[in-house]
Structures are given as structure tokens and as C-alpha cells.
Design a protein around this ligand. Structure first.
Ligand code: NAI
Ligand code: MG
Length: 503
């Protein structure tokens, strides 16, 4: 257990500051670390202090081309490896990740500001879990026999698509990347990942660790800016599939570019997830469930964050009071300190955006901003991008805070009187990613679950994405599913029909 912030642990690889420096200025292409062809780098900043911790390679179309060409060469051989063997190798990667779990957790905490104990360690563990899950699915890449005619053997086989381009965001980069890379690889594709500019280090380290097991070239990574490095990846003629997680705005740009090549895209975009609390809920469990649902330990930077909470009127005030008390008890501080529950916002840009929503809420007539928890006192953190969690009351469905994705530690609680009306309000959104219902009346719960417009509805819990559960939104929240067997089959293979006339 660390007593002082930023104390250097004994094992050298657990010194995330040193590791960040070592990973500076590098892509991972064709089985090795390489610098950007242009020689350009950009700064990676620790959002808890504002200090630069590393430089990342600033990739452009030339780096992307090198990575995609290597990936295309490697894919031809990789596709010949029996599916089950490919799975076994991906499974083996999980063991390597587990050995390095603490190192990855520290690295991601350093570059994203996500607290080590509550978030970063959990994320690193989930990476291994996802690799193990998909690693076991090689044998499921099977086809069908089709009853066409007595003397004609007609079968389908699952074939890989080729090179997959994966573009990832900064909020849970290791997990979201693995949801793409693991199924793509098991299905026989090769992958080029474009990391998020705010968080390129931990994913780069994962890429190198997995390359200790995988053949060179099947898993590559480039870092750089969206338009200069992400766009050329989508547009590259050898990229046959794009999978993207990020904002709706960028998702549309990616989908438009992919449509010009007529290649399939999977999009996991934002959300404005409702949490509906009935008075017959298990009260204490629901209050603590609201903290989890809002992803406060991730500073609310989650596409499934319960950023609009509807509470049945008789328990509304008590719910607000208890939730405020519970959030007050959470400790904001140095992400690397074991005592910290809540870390920082990722970047100055996001900080301004979130702060803008809070200021707007505060200015709205009739609204109350319940600011919770306390700012950290440590002077080393005075430039840190900390925002106190805010619970708003007195706002309604006309507010931008209830309609738009804030991606920060801000939630709006509104009272409701009628199940049908609250369902209509919940569905009155551009988004449809996730929703949760809290009630002991499962008849009502199941009925509403069927009628909520969302890809994932949970009753009396609100977990983050899990391996083996189909995950993905409707409406502006995205296209396609991730995390499940069906996601691997539908999004990373195509079905070929083969017919043999034996007459
Ligand atoms: P973004 O969607 O712009 O970035 C996501 C990824 O797309 C990054 O790797 C970025 O470099 C890349 N990208 C940007 N422009 C591109 C282009 N023209 N072509 C190809 N790739 C491109 O998201 P950003 O700017 O980081 O965050 C903005 C908002 O998006 C957040 O406030 C939040 O509301 C939402 N968001 C949603 C996420 C989710 O999990 N669904 C994750 C991150 C952000
Ligand atoms: Mg952007």
C-alpha cells in the first residue's frame, strides 16, 4: 500500500513514470517498436498534475500505410493458423497481461487520471478476462450445411475479413480496445489500432506484451491525432473493416468514409442512460447502485453513466439526501494513491466542456447544484483536472444537462409520479445505449425493460460491459454489438457459401 502519492514501488517496472518515458515516441508495427516516420511526437500529460509524462509518436498517413501493409502480409499467414490455435494464443496473451496487471494499472492511472484502486486495476483485470473469453471461442467459428439438393453438398464457412482498423477513445482504452482486438484476432483478422491521443501508453504496452505471444504483424498500433492518423486508417484501401468507439460526431465521419469503400463498420457511440427508481426498491442497494451507475469513480466519463435519474416522488427527497451523503464520502485525490476513490478529468478540453454544463445548470432558474465530495488538498495536485461530483435537482427534460452527453461527474435527479410518463421521458432521447430500473415489482420492471429503447437494460444492478453479454446501442448510440460470440461472428467474419455438385 502506498503511503505517499507517487512513491516509487520496489519493482522497477511498477514505476509508471519510468515506464511512460520508455514508451515515448513509439508505434508498434510488424512486431517491433518504431518511431513516427516524420520524427514528430506529441506530449502525454498526467491530468492530476499537468506535468508531461511522455511523448507519443505523432502518426500520419505514412505510418498508417506501413502498419496496414505489415498487417495485410501477416494476416495471410494468420488466417491459415487453425482457429482453435489462434484462440489458444489469444488466451495465452491473457496470462502475460495478468503478470503485468499492476504495471498496466499504474500506467493507465498515470495517463488518464483514473484512480488506481477503484478503476485502473479493475480495467487491467478485465482485459485479461476478455482475452480469455474470446480465446476460448476459436471452435465456434463454424458454418452450416444447407439442404439445397440431394446431390449437392452446400455448406457455409466463416472467413476473416482481412485487416481491421480499430479506433479507440481514452475513457477505458484498454478494455474497449480488447473488445475489438480479441474477437478480430481469434476470427483470423489482423488489426491496426489507432490509440486515443490522451491515453496512448497503456494500450501500447499491451500491444507489445501480446506481441510476445502473437506472430509479428497481426496486432499493430499507431498513435496520433484523429484527422491525421485515424482518418487515413479508415480510408486505407487494405483496411476491410472499421470498428470505432467514441463520439457520435466522429462516428458519423468514420461511417461516411467507410461507406465510400463499402466496408462494414461497428460504432459504439455515446449515451444518456436513464436510471428509473421506484419507491418499492431496496433503498440502500439502490443508492449505492446509483453511485456505480453514474460511474463516479470514473468521474462519470462513461457512455453508460446514469446521468439522468428519475425517482418516484415519495422517496425523491430522501434519495437525493442519501445519494449526496454517499458521494460526499468518496475521496477525490491522487489517482495513484490507494485511498483515492475519484481521480481527474482526462484533459483540459473535457474539463472545460464539463464545467460549461455545470455552469449552465447552476444558472438555470429553479435548479440546485449539490456539489459533493471535497477537492484534494495536496499542493502537488493544484493543477489537477479535478471536478467535484454534482447532483442537480430542479432541472427538467428541456435542459441540455438532461438531453446531452456530459461525460463528467454530473447527474440530474428528477421526481416522477407515473410509470408511463417516466418511460416516455426515458425514451425521449437521441441516445439508446443503456438503462436501469430499480424495483422489487419484477412485473413492472420486465414490462418497462421491454419497452425501453436501449441496447442494455438492467434491473436492480447497473454493471459495465461484460464479456459474453451482447453490448451496443440503438439510435445515435451506435451500430452493431460487441463483447459476445455473436459480435465476433457477425462483425469480424463473413459467411462464404461453398457448393459441390456430386451428381
Ligand atoms: P472522439 O470521438 O473525437 O475521439 C475518439 C477517437 O476517434 C480518438 O482516437 C480520436 O483520435 C479519433 N478520431 C477523431 N477524429 C477522427 C477522424 N476524423 N477520423 C478517424 N478517427 C478520428 O471523442 P473525443 O473528442 O475524445 O471526446 C468527445 C466526446 O465524445 C466526449 O465528451 C464524450 O461525450 C464522447 N465520447 C464517447 C465515448 C464512448 O465511450 N462512447 C468515448 C470518448 C468520448
Ligand atoms: Mg474529438
Amino acid at each position: 500500500m502506498l503511503e505517499t502519492p507517487h512513491a516509487t514501488p520496489s519493482a522497477p517496472e511498477l514505476d509508471c513514470f519510468a515506464l511512460a518515458k520508455q514508451l515515448s515516441g513509439l508505434h508498434f508495427i510488424g512486431g517491433r517498436y518504431v518511431p513516427a516516420l516524420s520524427g514528430k511526437n506529441f506530449a502525454v500529460v498526467n491530468p492530476a498534475t499537468g506535468a508531461e509524462v511522455a511523448q507519443a509518436a505523432e502518426g500520419d498517413a505514412a505510418d498508417v500505410d506501413a502498419a496496414v501493409r505489415d498487417a495485410a502480409r501477416a494476416q495471410k499467414e494468420w488466417a491459415k493458423v487453425p482457429a482453435r490455435k489462434r484462440g489458444a494464443l489469444v488466451h495465452q496473451c491473457a496470462a502475460v497481461i495478468r503478470e503485468h496487471q499492476e504495471e498496466l494499472a499504474r500506467l493507465i492511472a498515470l495517463e488518464t487520471g483514473k484512480a488506481l484502486r477503484t478503476e485502473s486495476r479493475v480495467e487491467a483485470g478485465t482485459v485479461a478476462d476478455i482475452l480469455e473469453f474470446f480465446g476460448g471461442l476459436g471452435s465456434e467459428l463454424k458454418g452450416e450445411s444447407v439442404p439445397f439438393a440431394p446431390n449437392v453438398l452446400s455448406v457455409t464457412v466463416r472467413e476473416p475479413l482481412g485487416v481491421v482498423g480499430a479506433i479507440i477513445p481514452w475513457n477505458v482504452p484498454m478494455l474497449l480496445m480488447t473488445l475489438k482486438v480479441a474477437p478480430a484476432l481469434v476470427a483470423g483478422n489482423s488489426v491496426v489500432v489507432k490509440s486515443a491521443e490522451e491515453a496512448p501508453l497503456a494500450v501500447l504496452r499491451i500491444c507489445e506484451l501480446m506481441n510476445r505471444v502473437l506472430p509479428a504483424g497481426v496486432f499493430n498500433m499507431v498513435s496520433g491525432m484523429g484527422p491525421e492518423c485515424g482518418a487515413p486508417l479508415v480510408e486505407h484501401p487494405l483496411v476491410r473493416k472499421v470498428t470505432f468507439t467514441g463520439s457520435v460526431e466522429t462516428g458519423k465521419i468514420v461511417a461516411k468514409a467507410a461507406s465510400q469503400k463499402l466496408i462494414p463498420v461497428t460504432l459504439e457511440l455515446g449515451g444518456k442512460s436513464p436510471m428509473i427508481v421506484f419507491q418499492d426498491c431496496d433503498f440502500a442497494k439502490t443508492v449505492s447502485g446509483a453511485l456505480t451507475s453514474m460511474r463516479f469513480t470514473r468521474q462519470g466519463q462513461s457512455c453508460t453513466a446514469a446521468s439522468r435519474i428519475y425517482v418516484e416522488r415519495p422517496i425523491f427527497q430522501q434519495f437525493v439526501d442519501e445519494m449526496k451523503k454517499a458521494v460526499d464520502a468518496m475521496v477525490m485525490g491522487d489517482p495513484l494513491d490507494e485511498k483515492t476513490d475519484i481521480g481527474t478529468i482526462i484533459s483540459e478540453g473535457q474539463f472545460e466542456k464539463v464545467q460549461g454544463f455545470i455552469d449552465e445548470g447552476k444558472k438555470t432558474a429553479g435548479a440546485t447544484a449539490h456539489e459533493c465530495s471535497a477537492m484534494p488538498k495536496d499542493s502537488a495536485l493544484k493543477k489537477g483536472l479535478f471536478i467535484r461530483p454534482v447532483i442537480f435537482t430542479g432541472l427538467d427534460g428541456n435542459s441540455r444537462l438532461v438531453r446531452e452527453e456530459i461525460f463528467g461527474p454530473v447527474t440530474v435527479i428528477q421526481p416522477f409520479d407515473d410509470a408511463e410518463k417516466v418511460l416516455a421521458e426515458a425514451n425521449d432521447s437521441e441516445y439508446g445505449l443503456a438503462a436501469s430500473l430499480w424495483t422489487n415489482n419484477l412485473k413492472v420492471g420486465l414490462d418497462l425493460a421491454h419497452r425501453l429503447e436501449a441496447g442494455l437494460v438492467q434491473i436492480n444492478q447497473n454493471l459495465v460491459v461484460q464479456a459474453n453479454l451482447s453490448y451496443g446501442g440503438v439510435k445515435s448510440s451506435g451500430l452493431g454489438k460487441e463483447a459476445s460470440l455473436e459480435a465476433m461472428l457477425e462483425h469480424f467474419t463473413h459467411k462464404k457459401t461453398i457448393m459441390v455438385n456430386m451428381a
